[in-house]
Design a protein around this ligand. Structure first.
Ligand code: P71
Length: 460
């Protein structure tokens, strides 16, 4: 077996945040209070927090220095122009509309483009894009190749959209009902897998043929660009920035959660060229987010995001980041724990249905695994499975489950060291040994959209 080397952190630590330990008894009580939902836990009671890589990054000294340069004027703060410059240099679009985070970017974009009865295809929609489409009475449609759902298929670009399926879909439904196509890079709901430039180019050609705008959900664009540089023929000598520029050259615009690849704790934006669309988007923005030069953010947040966008393209940083994911994944895989392969850009995904074969899908094995991981070890992960994506459809309101029942161990950017990852691996190895004791759950309270955030459950 190949040696697993702990990746060396390409940073040293200047400010620290203590991690506090808890007892199993304390965690048991906290789980009960939280309705067996790890979103309901106080973060201080979590030892290692792999709930999400979103907004959990450590900022650099340069970003913190930028915070002090925040211009808090209501309109036209200089930091907005810095952000605009940074986004234009990487994404290449003229309009840059800041929002407080990614889902707000989605809301103002979809709110301007999508209407009831419309269809919005993607490789796989993430939860917030799906919800922002469904709330408008439109349908979010996932069009990846079947292999994207096969956790053992060893593909370099498993996040690719199935272009032939897209073409058929447009022909069958009619381009008029499809206000945009959106590709998520990397494909978060499908193992954090990258999308190739070839695929982006082909998708854009199909969209152009039918005159349908093509957008990227660009949260993890830098990680995607890094995989392209490493894996796609002809890109090894390009810089990650050049690859990213080429990615965006195939699109008409992008939504961005700065909380991922802009290395900030809050922030996002939507960017595109269409002037008519800009008017609509800005009108919606003013009602809900704020004036178009701040979009719900402080001047200092805009500055941190402008600086973070460039830091995220640093190749040593990206090398380490993807190596951290592969290291944790490798430790688990070596121990026989079922994991989604190949390893993606921001997280390791456990195959919860294989980890807990004794728990039926209707009792949410992924969710059960997140509960057990916290109860036994104080580690927080997130379910991306039946609770997040289950849908009650048809007459009997029988619940239909997504193809994959995953638990995601998302790695915050620049936060944890290799020894933290080792602790997580050891915990999971022990949990795997005692997996028979883990029980399924039922939902006792849920909301109609994004139920995973607030659902309350009980153990069966
Ligand atoms: C992630 C998140 C945020 C999240 C979601 C569910 C549970 C916990 C945390 C957010 C995304 C995303 C993609 C591909 C848009 C958003 C929304 N992801 N697209 O993965 O992954 O961005 O959070 O800034 O609103 O943990 P936003």
């Amino acid at each position: 077996m190949a040696e697993l080397k702990a990746p060396v952190e390409p940073y040293r630590i200047k400010a620290i945040e203590p991690i506090r330990s808890t007892t199993r008894k304390e965690r048991e009580a906290l789980l009960r209070q939280a309705g067996f939902n790890v979103f309901g836990l106080p973060a201080e009671k979590v030892m290692i927090d792999l709930l999400t890589d979103s907004g959990t990054s450590a900022m650099s000294d340069d970003q913190w220095a930028g915070i002090m340069t925040g211009d808090e004027s209501y309109a036209g703060a200089k930091n907005f122009y810095h952000l605009e410059d940074a986004v234009r240099a990487i994404f290449g679009f003229t309009h840059v509309v800041p929002t407080h985070q990614g889902r707000a970017a989605e809301r103002v974009l979809f709110g301007s483009m999508v209407k009831k009865g419309d269809l919005v295809p993607s490789n796989i929609h993430f939860d917030t894009t799906r919800a922002n489409i469904e709330v408008l009475g439109a349908e979010a449609v996932d069009l990846v190749r079947p292999a994207a759902y096969d956790p053992d298929a060893d593909l370099l670009f498993k996040g690719d959209l199935d272009v032939a399926r897209l073409k058929k879909f447009i022909e069958a439904k009619g381009a008029k009902r499809i206000p945009l196509v959106m590709t998520t890079v990397t494909n978060n709901s499908g193992g954090g897998q990258p999308v190739s430039l070839k695929n982006l180019k082909e998708t854009s050609q199909v969209c152009a043929h039918y005159e349908i705008p093509f957008f990227l959900d660009a949260c993890r664009f830098a990680e995607n660009a890094f995989f392209i540089k490493r894996r796609e023929n002809g890109y090894a000598r390009k810089s990650v920035l050049e690859v990213a520029q080429e990615m965006f050259s195939y699109a008409d615009g992008a939504t961005m959660s700065g909380k991922k690849d802009a290395l900030v704790n809050i922030g996002g934006f939507v960017t595109f060229d269409d002037d008519g669309l800009a008017e609509k988007v800005k009108n919606l923005l003013i009602i809900s987010e704020g004036f178009p030069t701040y979009g719900g953010l402080a001047g200092r947040d805009l500055e941190a995001m402008a600086r973070g966008l460039n830091e995220a393209l640093d190749e040593e940083y990206l090398e380490h980041r993807t190596a951290q994911v592969a290291y944790l994944g490798g430790l688990l895989d070596r121990a026989g724990i079922p994991v989604f392969k190949p390893f993606g850009g921001h997280a390791v995904y456990l195959l919860a249905d294989r980890f807990l074969p004794h728990i039926p899908r209707a009792q949410y094995p992924g969710w059960a695994l997140t509960v057990a991981l916290y109860r036994e070890f104080g580690i927080r992960a997130v379910e991306i499975g039946g609770v997040m994506f289950g849908r009650k459809t048809g007459k009997g309101k029988k619940e239909v489950y997504p193809e994959l029942e995953l638990v995601r161990l998302a790695i915050p950017r620049r936060v944890y060291t290799a020894s933290h990852l080792q602790v997580v691996a050891d915990a999971l190895i022990e949990l795997f040994r005692n997996r028979d004791k883990i029980r399924g759950l039922r939902i006792v309270r849920e909301s109609p959209f994004l139920r995973h955030f607030t659902a309350r459950l009980e153990e069966i």
